[in-house]
Design a protein around this ligand. Sequence first.
Ligand code: ADP
Length: 596
Amino acid sequence: MNKFRTRLAVLFIVLIGCSVLCAGLFVAVMLERSHLAALQESMKREIQIILATVPDSVNQFKSRNGAFFAEQAVYLKQSAGARVTYIAADGTVFGDSDLDPRGMDNHADRQEVREAMESGTGYSKRHSDSTGGNMLYVAMAVRDGSDVVGYLRLSMGLGEIEKTIRHLWLGLLGGLLVVFCIAGLISFRVAHQLTRPIDKITRVARQITKMNYKSRVYLRNRDEIGQLGQAINTMADSLQQQMHRILENESRLSGVLDNMVSGVVMIDGDERIVLMNRSAEDILGYDSADSIGKRYDGAKQPYELIQLIKHCIESGERIRDEINLYFPDERIVEVNLVPMKAVEDEWLGLVIVLHDITAIRRLEKMRSEFVANVSHELKTPVAAVKGFAETLLAGAMNDPEIAKSFLQIIYDESERLNRLIGDILELSKVESKRVPLQFSPVHLSSFVGKTLDMMRSAASKKEIGLEMQVDPELYIEADEDRLRQIFINLLSNGINYTPEGGKVKVQVEEVAVEGEIEKIRIAISDTGIGIPKKDLPRIFERFYRVDKARSRSSGGTGLGLSIVKHLVELHKGTIRVESDIGLGSTFILELPVIQS
Ligand code: ADP
């Protein structure tokens, strides 16, 4: 911008300088000319006066009276201040105020004389050898009627005039210099004023290129520059708005991407990873910062995924597949690869969407296992009923002793079948949460007392003592029927897996967190056979039994504890077990006092 300003200023100076110079030259030349013209005019008038005042000038000329003219010339020079020369018609000088005419050559060829010969008056300006300076000569013809009898010439040195002109030139040059300086200053000021708004606009434009869209041009100009500034401001406004919209969209998009359950990975046309959301990081087990900008077949990518990507790039088709990942956890992942193409099949990259379907697959596996287990469990009693019924039909019926014992077995097995079906239905009901819980306050000591009473006959058969230790002030908000189901299941297990003469005990206490009673801890312990350490994590699984034979003989279905676990979870509680082989087991439940 400074360059432009300097150029503009120089242009102004040159323009002003040239016009001042031209004007000066014109004035000087005009002045010189008018000076000369005035001098010529006055010399001409002087000649006329001399001719008019010299007595009998025509005859004097005719007679070439040298002595007369020499005296006259000297006299005239004193009064007129100019050199006076008398020239005969043929050009011979016969009188001169400054020189001896005898030593002077013929003047007929002098320009002023020639002009006077033709038109009556002649002028000439030239260097004079006799005086050594520039001289102005004016000659006038002296006539007798129409005949020229001689010429009277006046000449004056131009030294004075030339000096004046020289002073004029010097003054002019000095003035010019001053004008130049002033013009320079003004030019710079004007150029500065002209370029300042452009400077401002340039600065703002630079700010905008540096993405500072808040920068604006503040100009008072109402001219084209002002309009340009206005246009720049409008452009900045719209850029700011667009940037705001872009950033908003970007944050929305990244918000969606980051909160998506599915993993999203994007690979660009150069086969580099350009985007990876949080779920993809979780599924693949590494930070997006480590892989963004790197090639998709970098070291960390799972081999199966790399193969799928390669295949998708080569074929340019959508691919859906399931892969197993072993790091960071064992997972089954559904992979969808979608190639991105612009017009004319230009390859832009691909989007990979990852779904963790481990839980779905595990559930499916559990379902099919459950169906297999149920069928297996149902088959055993059905086979027993069928077998004994067949034996009866085949003739055993005739022996009343055998028939009775067989029928007893058939009854027991159908009873077991009934229980099994009842438990399966119960479990599916609890699992599907079809029946909502009916919460109400339960007074724990009376509730436990009543439940123990229900178990007493079964316990007394094995001479097992039932004990309870419950604070009479404790209450809990629970579904009483479901809570009873939990207690009955755990108590009957305790009785079942405790040898005769043992003890089953219920202990209820409060758990306070920071002085507030928040939970109730219920411990149901027995002095029974205990559960081996290796089976502890699995006993809450459906159909899991530590000792199948023993469980079956005690009428167990293997579903009791899984029903208990589900019911506890419906109460937002937890259950765990501690056990020592041969010493007994303790099931510990923790239930919230209030259901939110
Ligand atoms: P079951 O109907 O066979 O009792 P459960 O689901 O109630 O099924 O229990 C699962 C298994 O856990 C039982 O088969 C048994 O081996 C073991 N078990 C449960 N409670 C006790 C206990 N109090 N003492 C010892 N073993 C137990």
